[in-house]
Design a protein around this ligand. Structure first.
Ligand code: PMP
Length: 388
């Protein structure tokens, strides 16, 4: 009954077995209510306790300072491409800066893969004045250029600097302080941390906004976490900035903060599951514990890629390789198909590279047992010997 495959999916992804078991045990009758969490009102005391506990555990895990709000939205990570732009444009901070400058502010984007590319497209679609600090599309998003080449806008003209900490499709990941160490502290940094949240410590106080879809390291799909600094929630008193009229109510950070995420019906079950995962991460030694495992998993995998570089071609620059979503190709697509078929027969599934890239992408999220990677590298050794 507890049959489980090794699930390398990039998201929705594998969840910790103890979490699934607890959810199963609480499924029909959550804490004596005689109901599943799915059947509880989001206005009930029981649900209040679920969301408050989830938030306080997350606050502990990431040492989130008291001047930051924790919010849960729907609309996915993609919804936040628009929400981040519009909320920042609508803020008192941007309003005052615009007034001082006498023109529109620039939105700085670091484009290092499909997800940051999606974010900048959305900003432009909404009329934003976007500047590409870096854009590595021409080199197929295979590296992060040296900081000396970054074209950051002057701080007094910049609304924010946006980047994606880990590009889930292209397998490129920033060092934890790569961006925060170079951006002027007066400029809010927006970080899409969807696919590496809770995998290592992060200094939240260096950011304006962090966003993360639940469906990689936190829980099932359906909720999007936003961590936002209080001062960015303020709006100008007498004027309504243009961005407010474009901002859908369900993406309004200020309204959500006031309503403690319960402005409308949130994805209650996903939030409950995220809460169970937060508790599980705490029990595993917190983000430091997760970091140890993350280094172990990715270390084992990159070792075998580096051992046979002509066969397993990891095309991302070594210093920018993702520990969450390693990507590599085989000498041809027939071999890739064979690799996927044979590994699947051995219980290792959902490793197919993104449709835009091909190749193989075994995602190594928090809940993936190290044993899964040990199986995978053993298979990779054998596959190499057979097909080299
Ligand atoms: N950002 C990143 C880094 C992602 O990996 C994804 C989805 N895989 C998104 C944003 C978009 O999230 P969603 O599919 O929830 O809209």
């Amino acid at each position: 009954q507890d049959y489980r495959v090794f699930n390398f999916c990039a998201g929705p992804s594998t969840l910790p077995l103890p979490v699934l078991k607890q959810a199963r045990d609480e499924f029909f009758n959550y804490k004596g209510t005689g109901m599943s969490v799915m059947e509880l009102s989001h206005r009930s005391k029981v649900f209040d306790e679920i969301i408050e506990t989830a938030e306080s555990n997350l606050r502990t895990l990431l040492s989130i300072p008291s001047n930051y709000r924790i919010l849960f939205f729907q609309g996915g990570g993609m919804g936040q491409f628009a929400a981040t732009y519009l909320n920042l444009q609508a803020s008192k901070y941007a309003h005052e800066k615009r007034a001082k400058l006498g023109k529109e502010l620039v939105c700085d984007y670091l484009v290092t893969g499909s997800w940051s590319e999606g974010a900048v497209k959305e900003c432009k679609r909404l009329g934003g004045n976007a500047n590409l600090v870096i854009d590595t599309k021409d080199s197929k998003y295979s590296h992060i250029p040296d900081k000396s080449t970054w074209k950051l806008s002057p701080p007094e003209e910049t609304a924010y600097v946006y980047y994606c900490d880990n590009e889930t499709i292209h397998g490129v990941e920033f060092d934890p302080d790569a961006v925060t160490s170079i951006v002027d502290p007066s400029v809010p940094i927006i970080c899409d941390i969807s696919s590496n949240i809770l995998s290592r410590p992060i200094d939240i106080s260096k950011f304006g906004v962090l966003v993360a879809g639940a469906q990689k390291n936190m829980g099932p799909a359906g909720a999007t976490l936003v961590i936002v600094r209080d001062d960015l929630l303020e709006r100008p008193q007498d004027v309504v900035p243009k961005a407010v009229s474009q901002l859908p109510t369900v993406f309004d950070y200020a309204l959500f903060a006031k309503a403690k995420s319960l402005l409308n019906t949130p994805s209650t079950y996903t939030i409950y599951m995220c809460g169970l995962v937060y508790k599980w991460v705490i029990d595993q030694g917190g983000v430091e514990g997760m970091q140890r495992l993350r280094e172990k998993r990715s270390g084992i995998l990159y070792d075998v890629i580096d051992k046979y570089p002509d066969f397993y071609h990891g095309f991302v620059a070594k210093q920018n390789r993702s520990s969450m979503n390693p990507v590599f190709t085989l000498p041809n697509e027939e071999l890739s198909a064979q690799f996927l078929k044979e590994s699947q027969e051995l219980g290792m599934v959902q490793m197919k590279g993104h449709r835009s890239l091909g190749g193989i992408r075994p995602s190594l999220y928090n809940a993936l047992p190290v044993e899964a990677v040990e199986h995978l590298v053993k298979f990779m050794e054998e596959f190499y010997q057979k097909h080299k």
